[in-house]
Design a protein around this ligand. Structure first.
Ligand SMILES: Nc1nc2c(ncn2[C@@H]2O[C@H](COP(=O)(O)OP(=O)(O)OP(=O)(O)O)[C@@H](O)[C@H]2O)c(=O)[nH]1
Ligand SMILES: [Mg+2]
Length: 490
């Protein structure tokens, strides 16, 4: 009798919670939008440009609600999560608009609430909805996401995989110092803090080296070794995989036992809470990729990028039987894979870039154990730093892009001062998509890059006759917005 009573109250409480959650949802519907990508992919610039364009009524012809004049107002509100740092929108926009410099790198999670007041397109919805949507935008490093697969791996699995990957030809030179150190370590020796620290530091140095520009290799876990956030130096980060493992269970008090415990602590105190508190609550997700850098580095780097996208996708919408499924409280129903920085190409190449991203994403979707969500791709520039023109060369007319290269950028031996505008012929992307994925084919990794890549300063914003600054120019940001939130403003 007593036990059925408890069951009843429990159930009632859950039902009540659901009901009140529902009611709260009715009065102020909200949508959690995750923005991720590996470091320097363009997350901060994307969020700043998205918010700036919505608040300032930017030109967004492909964003239906804006185009049809149904958006009354968009403004920032206090975010719902008190423990998460706020996305410093004002600072980032000031850098972009006033100083014409790119915002500083951000190394942790942050959040911003943007509320949109709109008029529904259908009379029925107008009657029943408040015409208000709060979008909670969450910016977090892709490096942290790539940690999720660790939840399903023991310290032994983790060590074995790390050792295998480190020995691959693409990584063996970078990992040599760590491998030498690790092979001299006896897992059964007494636990020693200094040994643990030396191993962790050496392993982290190897992971960092993989990220160097010319290698352009994607990330390996543990993600916090590259992006420690506020955990730098803590015991949960002072571990490393072991080269040799003792047979059976590690002796209590041994080095292996210590590292194993810390690896488990990393999972418990870092990976799990991050997943539960942030990823599991998302409704929509955009994954930013720097396809241009990978394209320039060759088919090997493209294959590596494809692997990273595969891993990222399989974290979001795990298929049945995956250990991650249990953690999700909501279901992500739309994912956009976006290649940013398309303003480095002439518009004739934008569709080609999009076709390349589509191919990469299709292959990743097919390989990931993945079900259910709608996936789309876009080639865009959240902030367009160039305009287009043509240059006559002999009889030929070449399409060029015009912008102000950053101070110190070089092209053909010329070094730029950060003030002078320059026209650059960026080169074309190959018409045939296959060519950029063909590892065996004609294009070796050290071939001349397809695109001439110069980094430009953010654009100078036009002002109206009344002196009002216009919103930040972009390429296809509106298409991204339509896919990510458009249906919630219908
Ligand atoms: N031309 C152009 N460059 C861009 C664009 N978006 C990003 N960039 C460049 O890419 C760099 C990185 O962009 P961020 O937005 O800071 O990237 P992030 O993903 O937030 O990087 P972390 O905070 O370091 O993880 C910028 O400093 C710009 O140089 C864009 O739309 N156009
Ligand atoms: Mg950032």
């Amino acid at each position: 009798m007593a036990s059925s009573l408890t069951t009843f109250t429990d159930e009632a409480r859950i039902a009540l919670d659901t009901l009140s959650g529902h009611a709260a949802g009715l009065f102020s519907p909200s949508l959690r939008l995750g923005v991720t990508g590996l470091s320097r992919a363009g997350k901060t610039v994307f969020i700043s440009a998205l918010v700036h364009n919505l608040i300032h009524g930017g030109r967004l012809p492909l964003f239906e609600a804006q185009k049809s004049g149904r958006i009354a107002r968009a403004f920032l509100e206090e975010q719902p999560d008190d423990a998460v740092p706020r996305f410093q929108y004002e600072d980032h926009v000031a850098a972009l608009v006033n100083d014409r410099v790119w915002p500083d790198s951000t190394r942790a999670i942050s959040e911003l609430r943007l509320t949109i007041e709109y008029e529904s397109a259908s009379g029925w919805n107008r009657l029943f909805s408040a015409g208000k949507l709060s979008v909670d935008i969450v910016d977090y490093p892709g490096e942290w996401l790539l940690d999720l697969p660790l939840l399903g791996k023991s310290f032994t699995d983790f060590s074995r995989e790390a050792v295998e990957l480190a020995a691959l030809p693409v990584r063996s030179d970078l990992s040599q110092a760590w491998r030498e150190l690790a092979s001299a370590v006896d897992p059964d020796a007494d636990a020693d803090e200094m040994t643990a620290r030396r191993l962790a530091e050496s392993f982290a140095a190897y992971l960092k080296a993989c990220k160097l520009d010319e290698r352009a290799l994607s990330t390996l876990p543990p993600g916090r070794f590259l992006m420690p956030g506020d955990l730098e130096g803590s015991p949960a980060l002072t571990f490393a995989p072991l080269m040799t493992l003792s047979q059976g269970r590690a002796r209590s008090g041994s080095l292996q036992a210590m590292l194993e415990r810390r690896y488990e602590a990393y999972k418990t105190h870092v990976v799990k809470p991050f997943f539960r508190e942030h990823i599991a609550r998302l409704d929509r997700q955009i994954v930013l990729i720097d396809a241009m850098q990978a394209l320039n580095a060759g088919p090997g780097a493209m294959a590596d990028l494809e692997r990273a996208v595969t891993e990222i996708l399989s974290c979001f919408r795990p298929g049945r039987g995956n250990f991650l499924t249990d953690f999700f409280s909501r279901r992500i129903d739309r994912i956009l894979v976006a290649a940013t920085k398309a303003d480095h190409l002439h518009h004739e190449s934008h569709d080609r870039l999009q076709a390349i991203v589509r191919r990469l994403t299709d292959r990743a979707v097919a390989r990931a154990n993945f079900g259910g969500a709608a996936v789309d791709v876009v080639a865009m520039a959240a902030v367009r730093s160039t305009r287009e023109g043509t240059v006559k060369q002999g009889r030929e007319t070449l399409p060029v892009i015009i912008g102000t290269p950053l101070k110190g950028e070089k092209i053909n031996g010329e070094t730029f001062d950060g003030k002078t505008e320059t026209a650059i012929f960026p080169g074309d992307l190959p018409e045939k998509v296959d060519a950029v994925f063909d590892v065996s084919g004609s294009a070796p990794d050290n071939a001349e890059p397809a695109i001439r890549f110069v980094r430009f300063r953010p654009p100078k914003l036009e002002r109206t006759a009344e002196g009002v600054t216009l919103s930040l120019p972009h390429i296809r940001l509106d298409r991204a917005l339509q896919f990510l939130i458009g249906d919630h403003l219908a």
